[in-house]
Each structure stands twice: as C-alpha cells, then as structure tokens.
Ligand binder design. Structure first.
Ligand SMILES: Nc1ncnc2c1ncn2[C@@H]1O[C@H](COP(=O)(O)OP(=O)(O)OP(=O)(O)O)[C@@H](O)[C@H]1O
Length: 235
C-alpha cells in the first residue's frame, strides 16, 4: 500500500523535553483520527508532518517526499487551533486575499466556499460569524490550492454536537473526493467517526487501526474503554 504519511523513528525535543520518542506510523487515504489526551504530542506530530517542526531524529515522508519539502507546500492544507482568518474582512474577502497570496486561481474561492457550505455567508464579516462558521471559513482557506492532504488540529473544539456532526460529514465528503484527511482530537467520542485511528499517549502511538480493529484487539465495546485498557496494559 502507498501511504500518504509515514514516520520512522520520529523524535522531537521541545525546550529540552522529549515530546515524541521514536514514533513509527503510517497514514493512508480516508479520514484518520489522531486521538490522545491533552499534551500527548498530537500538535507536535501534526507540525512535524506539515514540516514546521524542528525534528531531532528519524524520518517523516509525506506524499513520497521528505516533510517540509518545497514541493509539498501547495499539496498540504493545514488548519491550526488558532483561527487563521481576519475578523474584519468578509469570508469572500479573506478567501480572495489568501488565494492571491497562494497564487491560486480566483475561481477556487467559489469552490472552497461551496465545499464548506458557506456560499450563503460569502459577504458576511467573519467577526460576526458563529464559531462553527468561522472554523469552516478557516477550513475553506486551507482548501484553496486543492490540497491532497488536509491536516486539522482539533477542528471541532468548542463546537456544539450539530456543528461537530456537520464538520465530520464535510471531512468524509472531502475524503470521498480523494483528499486524505488527518484530524486530531482529544475527545474520544469522535473516534467512531474516523475511518482509521491513531491512539497516542505520552509521545508514543498506543494503537493504530480501524475503530473496530482497536475495539476488538482490546476486547472492549467502545474506543474510550479500549484506550484505557491499552494504557493499563502499557504502564
Ligand atoms: N512551544 C513549545 N515549546 C516547548 N514545549 C512545548 C511547546 N508546545 C508544546 N510543548 C510541549 O510539548 C508537549 C506536547 O504538546 P502538544 O501541543 O504537541 O500536545 P497535544 O497533544 O497537541 O495537546 P493538546 O490536545 O492540549 O493540544 C507538551 O508537554 C507541551 O508542554
């Protein structure tokens, strides 16, 4: 199988502290959830994949190239936990601005708006949007340039259940169109929404596989119990 992302022995040290310690993982197409408690290293791993994290050792390969390669820049969409859109501009103005910065054809603005279902809010000022609409506006920016890999750091934090459900539908819609989606979350009840999971703890991968495989391996009825059982087995 051709993986979209592979890490071998990935080691990251931040402020003298080992955050990722020899991480081996493989991520294929579809929607992959990166789950684990706060502080376990999810954002650091995502940063390493996107190529903005200094790594102390090991290899990260994305779409066949070393992470951080110039050729990958346009092929990866990245949404951090901080909002990446300007509050005082409309949704469309934000998208036109970023399209110009990225050198994307202006036609992609409409396509991105449509993908995140914000066409009706194109002329709304971002500062007056709801949290979920603002998240979708950030996502639309990441979709400019039609990335092959979309990396989303806790995109559903603080959203109500309906908005979370809508966002997950959107992720699967993008995956159906061939985009590989990697989403981090510390909310275990989002696990069942993913095609595949990477469960992390303390800078290491506890388990990877489909939710069903992970439940079966741990002999539990849900992924949260599987996580706790795997933590117990490893400590
Ligand atoms: N800028 C930084 N400098 C030094 N250490 C950092 C920095 N950012 C994070 N860390 C440390 O790295 C570890 C992993 O942090 P990271 O943000 O990757 O975790 P996370 O799993 O994404 O957490 P959360 O779910 O809370 O976002 C933590 O112990 C954190 O204190």
């Amino acid at each position: 199988m051709n993986y979209v992302v592979e890490t071998r022995g990935l080691r990251v040290v931040r402020s003298g502290r080992v955050v990722l310690d020899g991480l081996d993982l493989s991520i294929g197409s579809g929607v992959t959830g990166l789950l684990g408690p706060s502080g376990c290293g999810k954002s650091t791993l995502l940063r390493s994949i996107v190529g903005v994290q200094r790594v102390a050792g090991g290899e990260v390969t994305v779409l066949g190239e070393p992470a951080g390669s110039r050729s990958l820049r346009r092929r990866i969409g990245y949404v951090t936990q901080a909002a990446s859109v300007y509050d005082d501009l409309t949704v469309a103005e934000n998208l036109r601005f970023f399209a110009r910065v990225l050198g994307s054809p202006v036609g992609e603005v409409d396509a991105a708006l449509e993908s995140v279902d914000l066409t009706a809010y194109a002329e709304a000022v971002v500062g007056r949007l709801s949290g979920g609409q603002r998240s979708r506006a950030s996502l639309a920016v990441a979709l400019l340039g039609r990335p092959s890999l979309l990396v989303l750091d806790e995109p559903t934090v603080g959203l109500d259940p309906v908005l979370r459900r809508d966002l997950w539908r959107l992720f699967h819609g993008l995956a159906d169109d061939g985009v590989t989606v990697l989403v981090s979350s510390h909310v275990m009840d989002e696990a069942e929404r993913c095609d595949r999971l990477l469960l992390m703890r303390d800078g290491a991968v506890l388990a990877q596989g489909t939710p069903a495989e992970i439940r079966e391996r741990a002999g539990t009825d849900d992924v949260e119990s599987a996580f706790l059982s795997l933590v117990g087995a490893s400590s």
